[in-house]
Write a protein that binds this ligand. Structure first.
Ligand SMILES: Nc1ncnc2c1ncn2[C@@H]1O[C@H](COP(=O)(O)OP(=O)(O)OP(=O)(O)O)[C@@H](O)[C@H]1O
Ligand SMILES: [Cu+]
Ligand SMILES: [Mg+2]
Length: 739
């Protein structure tokens, strides 16, 4: 499967986005296609054996749009200059036309307005370029839609303003005829010109605002360093970031940005990773630790080796993730789409009925025409099309700024509805950087076997990815233990690890597991219990099926664990804990955090089963976890939240990732979701209520009070603008637990 992002040109409203999506999806071989109206781009997945980029581009071109591939991240937006020129000219002409028609509109004789301004021929000369040059894009788009056998908001604008324009044109040259019929012979050039101007103005402002919503991504990308100082063939050179290759040795001085992702090979420093992880405290890093491109090296001088460059860097991946999330459709949007699809044709029918009704009832052609034009203009559903996507864009962008990656709009919509949140213990509530506190052999202190047993244990744990394993290896290093060769290593997720050192079978893991292997564990039970009550995790050691010792490992809680649990309860969620660790340790930790319900000694599959059990009881469950042992449960949960410092498996199985592992992100994500959904509902309410009220008025139910078409145009431009502005308010959501 090939993935490609294309930049789109020529879209004027959400309706165009829909038709492009439909066209691309209809090409055989296209697997997935998603248009992002806000970013003006489309993501396509296709089978390269069945179709290719040229075919896709040609199809899009046939429909009247342009699509060009984006290879590197590139956000240059289409020049707005042309739109601005057209808008300025339209404004000037509209003002002149407006002044000229004031006496007629108000019925007053305003002597300061020269009479020639009211001349229909002059008005025609002024109105024509506005209609066909400034308004050109409406005609083009309406034609495009017509060819695709759909109707969009452009269709409505074209029908409405053309009706006003051609009616006036007819009057200009045939007013005698009209007057003989007893009709009023006022021309409506100014109405059509002003409506076009207002809609252009609305588009211009909307474009501006939409550009602002892409700000989060732009900000992320602007973070990238421009150059890097590399050492090649013993020479130090400054080269552009694009030319850095994997494996290059790079020098980073204090205060400089880390140019690409890499590993420190010399020096140590504290590094500000807040731009990527949202974590505000600088982190101390030294040799062999990874650094992320775009983060800031604060104090020390570093030499690093490039590991990932270009589009493989963490930053580029984050940008891509955020872009896809912003383009994705929330379930609520699908409903809106269905409604909008029927909206335009329905409006056209209402317009025709309005026309027929008034002409038959009053015989007044002007009245019938004006009401029809109003219905066409005022009912334009573009605010409806903007309501959901703009909020989603701002919401996901805002999350990214705070170190919360939301996989798609659906996850964002889901987060607000959860009732229960289940937290994993090790690595989620605790730091996941445990240290060994006690080590005991079967015979107790001084049996002379301590070091040789520790050597066996450390050798096996050296192969484990588990934080407990890492802690034991570190402990071995402190005791100057040399590791031995291990064969037949096996990791039983959720239970422990085993391997052969020479001919000895070494097993390290839970008591439960060793018992299930037929190993007698009674002798050390008392010591183990004491340790567990001190919140320590106990690993049991057996060699050749015989219990030989115990290791106690303790892990401290993350600084915000308690306050996050409290806050989650306060916003009305049921909080539970779930762990693979034993019951006593779990109980001790849970009571410290004030969590009443918890499940302990769970194997990975059982974690998922517990979640399923909660779901069966009608709860909507979010699960937060970091490890391989959490992956199934994360996928089972309604909303999976992964700790970014955890394993890749967990991140892949989740819907939301907290990049820095800061638990406050859970609260932020939920509040952001609630705010976004509320915002979408406000937007939809505004958009619908406006149409519901405006259409009947435009159709003339309040007759003899009639709207002027100009007011209709202004109202419609304002309604989309207010939707976009409302969405931008989401940028003010910054909930934080610690202040
Ligand atoms: N590499 C290992 N070395 C020693 N013991 C292990 C190892 N891996 C797992 N265990 C044992 O299995 C138990 C369960 O492990 P699991 O990975 O499922 O959960 P956990 O990391 O302790 O806790 P949580 O589920 O809260 O993240 C551990 O508490 C430990 O006793
Ligand atoms: Cu519109
Ligand atoms: Mg864990």
């Amino acid at each position: 499967m090939t993935h490609q992002t294309l930049k789109l040109a020529g879209m004027s409203c959400a309706g165009c986005a829909d038709s492009i999506e439909r066209i691309i999806k209809s090409i055989p071989g296209v697997i997935r296609c998603q248009v992002n109206f806000g970013m003006e781009q489309v993501d396509v997945d296709y089978d390269p054996k069945r179709t290719d980029l040229n075919t896709i581009q040609a199809k899009v071109r046939d429909a009247g749009f342009q699509a060009t591939p984006i290879t590197e991240i590139n956000l240059e937006s289409r020049p707005e200059k042309e739109l601005l020129t057209k808008l300025s000219i339209a404004i000037v002409i509209s003002i002149i036309l407006f002044i000229g028609s004031l006496p007629m509109m108000t019925g007053l004789s305003l002597s300061f307005i020269p009479h020639w301004l009211h001349d229909p021929l002059l008005q025609l000369t002024l109105a024509t370029p506005v209609q066909f040059w400034c308004g050109q894009s409406f005609y083009k788009n309406a034609w495009k839609a017509f060819k695709n056998r759909t109707a969009t908001m452009d269709t409505l604008v074209v029908l409405g303003t053309s009706a006003a324009y051609f009616y006036s044109l007819f009057l200009t040259f045939g007013s005698d005829f009209i007057e003989k019929q007893g009709f009023n012979s006022h021309v409506y050039y100014e109405a059509s010109a002003i409506v076009i101007t207002l809609i252009l103005l609305g588009r211009f402002l909307e474009k501006r605002a939409r550009k602002e919503t892409a700000a989060a991504i732009k900000q992320l990308m602007g973070l990238q360093a421009k150059t890097a100082r590399v050492i090649r063939e013993e020479q130090t050179l400054d080269i552009p970031i694009e030319e850095v290759k994997v494996g290059d040795i790079i020098l980073v001085r204090p205060g400089e940005k880390i140019p690409v992702d890499g590993i420190i090979i010399q020096g140590s420093s504290s590094i500000d990773e807040s731009m990527v992880t949202g974590e505000s405290l600088p982190v101390r890093k030294t040799v062999n630790q990874q650094v992320i491109g775009a983060t800031i090296n604060k104090t020390g001088s570093l030499q690093m080796q490039a590991l990932r460059v270009g589009k493989d860097t963490v930053l580029a991946q984050i940008v891509r993730l955020v872009q896809t999330a912003q383009a994705s459709k929330a379930p609520i949007q699908r409903l809106v789409d269905r409604v909008t699809a029927y909206f335009v044709p329905v409006v056209m029918i209402i317009a025709v009925i309005t026309f027929l009704f008034w002409i038959l009832r009053t015989g007044n052609l002007t009245l019938a025409l004006i009401t029809m034009v109003e219905v066409l203009i005022i009912a334009c559903p573009c605010a409806l099309g903007l309501a959901t996507p703009t909020s989603i864009m701002v919401g996901t962008g805002q999350g990214a700024k705070q170190g919360i990656l939301i996989k798609n709009a659906e996850s964002l919509e889901l987060a607000q509805g959860i009732t229960t949140i289940v937290l994993d213990k090790t690595g989620t509530l605790t730091q996941g950087k445990p240290t060994v506190t006690d080590f005991l052999t079967r015979e107790g202190v001084g049996d002379g076997r301590e070091l040789s047993l520790l050597q066996l244990v450390v050798s096996v744990e050296n192969h484990s990815e588990h934080p407990l394993g890492e802690a034991i290896v570190k402990y071995g290093r402190l005791n100057a233990i040399k590791t031995l060769e291990v064969t037949e290593f096996d990791s039983i997720t959720g239970s422990g690890v085993q391997g052969k050192v020479g001919s000895d079978l070494v097993q390290i893991g839970t008591q439960q597991w060793l018992e299930s292997q037929g190993i007698e564990t009674k002798v050390l039970k008392k010591v183990a219990h004491d340790w567990e009550w001190q919140k320590k995790t106990v690993a049991w050691i057996a060699v050749n099926g015989h219990l030989e010792g115990l290791i106690a490992i303790s892990d401290v809680l993350k600084p915000f664990s308690s306050s996050v649990v409290a806050k989650l309860k306060k916003i009305g969620l049921e909080v539970m804990m779930m762990t693979g660790d034993n019951l006593e340790t779990a109980e001790a930790i849970a009571s410290e955090l004030g969590i009443r319900r918890f499940f302990a000694a769970l194997r990975p599959q059982e974690k998922a089963e517990k979640i399923e059990y909660l779901q069966k009881k009608g709860k909507i469950v979010a699960m937060v976890g970091d490890g391989i042992n959490d992956a199934i449960a994360l996928a089972q949960a309604d909303l999976g939240i992964a700790i970014g410092t955890g394993t890749d498996v967990a991140i892949a199985a989740s819907d939301i990732t907290l990049i820095s592992g800061d638990l406050q992100g859970i609260v932020t994500a939920i509040e952001l979701s609630r705010a976004t959904m509320a915002n979408i509902k406000e937007n939809l309410f505004f958009a619908f209520i406006y149409n519901l009220i405006a259409i009947p008025i435009a159709a003339g139910i309040l007759y003899p009070f009639l709207l002027n078409p100009i007011i209709a145009g202004a109202a419609m431009a304002l309604s989309s603008l207010s939707v976009v502005t409302n969405a931008l308010r989401l940028r003010r959501v910054h909930p934080r637990v610690g202040g």
